[in-house]
Design a protein around this ligand. Structure first.
Ligand code: ZN
Ligand code: ZN
Length: 308
């Protein structure tokens, strides 16, 4: 979408013009069906463009999506029509990064600042704006007018791990050092990782996940940042066996659902290792099933020091 917006601006068009031409005047983002037309209009190869679109499809009766070469089984964890951005990146490079479409990526690991999805004028940031660095109100969407709030270190760890799992190739060597994510999460798929962050981040409200029609699952950046920080704390606690027992039942059920969807041995090992960590604290009826399946494997056998 960022590419289309930049190309439209360079050609004297607005995103609204593009949307009206390729979809309908009401569209806040461009549909997959417009890939060929965009490639033709702006002279770019079709495949990289397709890679940067959220391409939805049905899989076992549920909506799934391919994005940046990865499969996502929870499309509400991708943001399309309501973008977020790093004001420093936009100020320096004048472009949007595709990774910002992952809703639980809430911090820029290159500049150590929080992403924003709202201008200081309080308007939500849309693709339908005058240009990549301008809000409808006339203020620039850069640190000059938006400021740059430092991100929480836990939020940075989650965002850094998402960037790593996405395989973002453009890591800036001058990026500030960030706290590494706890060990054991490096070989999982991005889908399993973001779903684990979601499960542990909203554990007190897990009933939300039981209602497929709930709209509360599409979080604003500020709320997604809270989810990321809580998930970091709780995953760290689960690994160090200090996880509160009262949350066990909900998490156990969610982990079982996640386990049923995984497609790689690394994902299965991570989830069953987390499940056996939780099992050490409380006997949950749903968790032993996972442990039996992976009795020989555990990533977290040794006692780790609690991570502050
Ligand atoms: Zn940035
Ligand atoms: Zn504004």
């Amino acid at each position: 979408m960022g590419y289309a917006l930049r190309m439209a601006t360079m050609n004297g068009l607005t995103f609204h013009d593009l949307a009206r031409h390729l979809a309908s005047p009401g569209h806040l983002s461009l549909p997959v069906s417009s890939i060929n037309a965009i490639a033709f209009m702006f002279g770019c190869p079709r495949e990289p463009l397709r890679n940067a679109f959220v391409v939805r499809h049905f899989r076992a009766g549920n909506q799934a999506a391919y994005f940046l070469g990865h499969l996502f089984l929870r499309t509400y964890l991708l943001r399309q029509a309501r973008p977020q951005l790093c004001p420093v990146c936009v100020g320096r490079h004048g472009r949007a990064r595709a990774a910002w479409s992952i809703s639980l990526l809430t911090a820029c690991v290159f500049h150590g600042v929080r992403l924003i999805d709202r201008c200081v004028c309080s308007r939500p940031i849309l693709w339908r704006r005058p240009s990549i660095d301008l809000c409808e109100c006339g203020l620039r969407l850069t640190d000059e007018h938006q400021g740059a709030r430092p991100a929480d270190t836990r939020e940075l760890s989650v965002s850094g791990q998402i960037e790593y799992l996405l395989g973002s190739g453009d890591v800036d060597v001058s990026a500030p050092p960030i706290h590494a994510f706890p060990e054991g999460f490096d070989n999982v798929t991005i889908d399993t990782f973001v779903r684990l962050i979601w499960i542990f981040g909203i554990v007190d409200d897990l009933q939300i996940d039981e209602h497929p029609k709930s709209t509360n699952r599409r979080l604003q950046t500020v709320d997604a940042g809270v989810v990321a920080c809580l998930a970091y704390d709780r995953l760290s606690a689960a690994i160090s066996s200090s996880y509160p027992a009262r949350r066990m039942r909900l998490v156990g059920k969610a982990l079982c659902n996640l386990y049923d969807d995984v497609s790689t041995p690394a994902d299965a090992t991570l989830i069953s290792s987390l499940a056996s960590r939780l099992q050490e604290l409380s006997a949950s009826p749903s968790i032993p099933r996972l442990i039996r399946k992976n009795r020989q494997l555990s990533l977290f056998e040794d006692d780790h020091d609690p991570i502050p």
